[in-house]
Design a protein around this ligand. Structure first.
Ligand SMILES: [Mg+2]
Length: 449
């Protein structure tokens, strides 16, 4: 199958945006880090540059779950006989991401998925959609949206495909509206989209989807509020609608009603690709997801040459992004995930060694990778001495209405084929339970001896 240039451009824009925002996802200094990354012309290191805990180590320049899912959707499109049949694509997508989840890799906690949110992991585990109004459905839809022939085909197609993973009307409608903007950008359409959407809303095809009309209208209103009044009014509007059951810190907080308008505004108003990425990260929040979505749309709008060269050159796994014949995540993601897991192990060992040396225990003669490594099995120092749970600023979702799709560590017991909770893993990574026990009982530091 020959894919148009716009699909490849959309995927590239998404991948570089994803890799750009990943190091400072939900970090309080996200805006400053976005500027630094652009100033220095490189993808940041989540630990070394941003100061994240070592459990958040990521291979700089590697994209995350957002782009992995976009790849899985493209793979589904090209491998089903009738890609315009949303049920066939949804079934293939589910099978592909399920295979990725079931692939065991040393140290990897969600198979070949990198940085998945807990809602998506729940879907992978139970094979049933989750009632989430996060950005999960929208974040993967941009590239494939460029392949749909027209708006009337696209809108129901996106809703029906997205129902594989989410049952929430806001999650579904937001994905369709974002996809409509990507589709329009891929055709060079800059005006009249909202009017066409309003006309479609009155059609029998819209009725057949059984999504509340008010949800569509609230999303369109939110887009208008963001464009005319700004972020604080958008947050106020979102709270007034009653769709959100928690207080939002910012528009990029992983909630579809604010996240999609926020992304659309910055991707459409920015005069350059870097400006789109920086501005969409300016309030912190779910940086990799909003940067991935803005990167996809801004890439379509501004073109290939607008993407800085360093972002393409330093993108890990760029061949798998640039060449459609390699859009096979079951194949391509294994090597990348192995590389990232190795990077995580190295980071944890390095930071542990630095910590223990700081407190007077010189471990320098020991090969960290060797079997006799005394640090093996110890938590990284920053995890060990952090009193609070390591992500107090990350939203704790209620799991029902508007769960974010941000990535967070997966409990060891949740991983396919993983060791029992409470046991030291082969990779020397402690489970959440182990860490809690260690914090409560310093005596367990005898592990060191
Ligand atoms: Mg992500």
């Amino acid at each position: 199958m020959v894919f148009p240039k716009t699909t490849r451009l959309a995927l590239l824009g998404q991948a570089v945006g994803d890799a750009f925002g990943a190091p400072f996802e939900y970090h309080e200094q996200g805006a400053r880090m976005a500027r630094r990354s652009l100033n220095e012309g490189r993808y940041l290191d989540a630990c070394g540059d941003v100061g994240q805990l070592s459990r958040w180590a990521r291979l700089p320049g590697l994209y995350t779950d957002d782009t992995q899912q976009a790849l899985a959707l493209l793979h589904a499109w090209r491998t089903v006989p009738e890609p315009l049949d949303p049920h066939a694509v949804a079934a293939r997508f589910t099978a592909v991401v399920g295979s990725m989840y079931d692939t065991w890799l040393r140290g990897a906690r969600a198979g070949l998925h990198r940085g998945t949110g807990k809602n998506f992991r729940s879907f992978l585990k139970h094979k049933t959609p989750v009632d989430t109004a996060g950005l999960g459905a929208a974040m993967r839809i941009g590239p494939v949206a460029t392949l749909l022939p027209d708006l009337h085909t696209l809108l129901p197609w996106v809703v029906l495909v997205s129902r594989a993973t989410t049952s929430n009307p806001l999650g579904l409608a937001s994905a369709a509206l974002y996809a409509a903007h990507c589709h329009a950008a891929s055709r060079g359409i800059t005006e009249g989209l909202i009017d066409r959407l309003l006309v479609w809303l009155d059609s029998p095809a819209a009725d057949a989807l059984s999504l509340p009309r008010e949800v569509w209208l609230d999303l369109l209103r939110a887009i208008g509020v963001m464009e005319t009044l700004g972020e604080s009014d958008l947050l106020e509007f979102a709270a007034e609608t009653g769709h959100s059951s928690r207080l939002l810190k910012n528009a990029a907080d992983g909630f579809a009603l604010t996240g999609v308008p926020w992304v659309l505004y910055h991707a459409r108003q920015s005069e350059s690709f870097p400006e789109a990425l920086e501005s969409v990260c300016s309030s912190g929040g779910d940086a990799d997801t909003v940067a991935a979505m803005a990167g996809c749309l801004a890439g379509l709008r501004l073109g290939y040459r607008a993407i800085p060269t360093w972002m393409i050159d330093d993108l890990v796994g760029s061949q798998g992004i640039l060449e459609p014949e390699q859009w096979d995540p079951i194949h391509s993601e294994q090597h990348l995930t192995e590389r990232e897991e190795e990077y995580k192990r190295e980071t944890r060992h390095r930071r542990s060694r630095e910590f223990w040396q700081d407190v007077g225990l010189d471990t320098s003669p020991v090969d960290a990778a060797g079997d006799d490594d005394p640090l093996r099995g110890l938590p990284a120092s920053d995890d060990l001495w952090t009193e609070e749970a390591p992500l107090p600023s990350r939203p704790e979702g209620d799991g029902v209405r508007h769960e974010t799709e941000h990535s967070e560590p997966v409990a060891a017991s949740e991983a396919p084929g993983a060791p029992e909770a409470g046991a030291l893993s082969e990779a020397g990574v402690l489970s959440e339970d182990d860490l809690i026990a260690l914090r409560k009982d310093g005596a367990q530091l005898d592990l060191f001896s």
